[in-house]
Design a protein around this ligand. Structure first.
Ligand SMILES: CNc1nc2cc(C(N)=O)ccc2[nH]1
Ligand SMILES: [Zn+2]
Length: 374
């Protein structure tokens, strides 16, 4: 088996790259979209479904699993792979983002972040070492460092001090899980808010540490699409060409295609799974909402170009009925479809990069999505 952490670039099309990333649970074809399985489950679908829609790697949230059922229990049950019967790669975030966005009452010190549980108000502390220990217990293939994701609009001086601490925390995370240890990988996370010079500083400091990959954090936090794109265009090319680049929490189909065009290799987002549960569905002709009356007696498949179970088997009329009747099957079929849409788009992306036709693919999606965004 090729050493975990090995990243091979197979083809380029402009700044877009097609590659392979080796992990302890198999090879990931990049660019890749990671379905989000916050509480050890991709909501409403099971591992057989993930296989069928050809998911390669899923994301678990450290904060949630630490809170419930507890990382020690998950370790006892064989890590996420044994517990959730998923035998492919798993990436876990460090909990930093959730603590900053979910937990109540937080205090940040050099040692780590102290916070109260959103479940029962109990007090906890995440240090860099603790964040890594939890992810080790979860059996994560790709662990993220503990970082401070500063809120959109944070002023320059605080952001500058925060990134310095994030770098010191990153070093402590790497020290807690040395390079090559049991085939698991650790990625650094670039911060620096929306200040290009601070992004450069954060990237330069992190690249001094031997991470197997680098994430761009602190985005998709309320900024405009243009602000995100501008920051991304500045930051992505700063990162090592020969290491995977991961854009955290992004995004819409167009955000992802624009990220690929800027050299990003990995993405995760709750959009396809969350939108499925409110009836918003992604199709080859743009975004629709299945609850619209126009679908009441529509016998056609949701998306004729989609190969998922929902599109092969049922009509728009049936999918609308399930949604209006709040049938649980609605969550499952809509989720299967939306995730398959994202995963199929990534398959097309990888093929297009290999054939040098990525820009044509991006233009095709833009034609379908610009109008449906309006
Ligand atoms: C949904 N937006 C989003 N922004 C993120 C930033 C981070 C981060 N660590 O800066 C992690 C997850 C994120 N998800
Ligand atoms: Zn479908």
């Amino acid at each position: 088996m090729t050493r975990p952490g090995t990243f091979q670039i197979l083809a380029r099309d402009g700044a877009a790259r097609r590659g392979t990333l080796e992990t302890a649970h198999g090879t990931v074809q990049t660019p890749v979209f990671m379905p989000v399985g916050t509480q050890a489950s991709v909501k409403s679908i099971d591992p057989r479904d993930l296989d069928e829609i050809r998911a390669q790697i899923v994301l678990g949230n450290t904060y949630h699993l630490y809170m419930r059922p507890g990382d020690e229990l998950v370790a006892q049950m064989g890590g996420l792979h044994g517990f959730a019967a998923w035998d492919r790669p798993v990436l876990t975030d460090s909990g930093g983002f959730q603590v900053f966005s979910l937990a109540g009452l937080r205090e940040i010190t050099e040692n780590g972040v102290t916070f109260r549980s959103h479940i029962d108000g109990s007090s906890h502390i995440f240090t860099p070492e603790k964040a890594i220990a939890i992810q080790q217990n979860l059996g994560s293939d790709i662990m993220m460092v503990l970082d401070e994701c500063v809120a959109y609009g944070t002023e320059y001086d605080y952001t500058a001090k925060s990134l310095e601490m994030t770098t010191r925390w990153a070093q402590r995370c790497r020290d807690a899980h040395p390079e090559g240890q049991n085939g698991r990988l650790v990625f650094g996370i670039v911060q620096g808010g929306f200040f290009e010079d601070l992004r450069t500083r954060s990237a330069q400091q992190l690249m001094e540490i031997p991470f197997e990959g680098f994430a761009i954090g602190g985005l998709s936090v309320g900024e405009s699409p243009d602000e995100m794109r501008q920051l991304l265009a500045h930051t992505a090319p700063l990162l090592p060409d020969q290491k995977p680049r991961y854009l955290m929490g992004v995004g819409t189909p167009m955000d992802i295609l624009d990220g690929v065009a800027l050299g990003v290799d990995m993405f995760d987002c709750v959009l396809p799974t969350r939108n499925a549960r409110n009836g918003t569905l992604f199709t080859s002709f743009g975004k629709i909402n299945i609850k619209q009356a126009r679908f009441r007696d529509d016998p056609e498949p949701l998306d004729p170009e989609c190969d998922c179970y929902a599109c092969r088997t049922f009509s728009r009329a049936y999918l609308r009925h399930l949604y209006m009747a709040r049938e649980l099957l609605s969550y499952r079929l809509n989720t299967l479809h939306n995730l398959r849409f994202y995963l199929r788009m990534m398959e097309e992306v990888r093929d297009a990069i290999g054939q040098g036709t990525f820009e044509q693919l991006r233009a095709r999606y833009r034609a379908a999505y610009e109008q449906s965004e309006s």
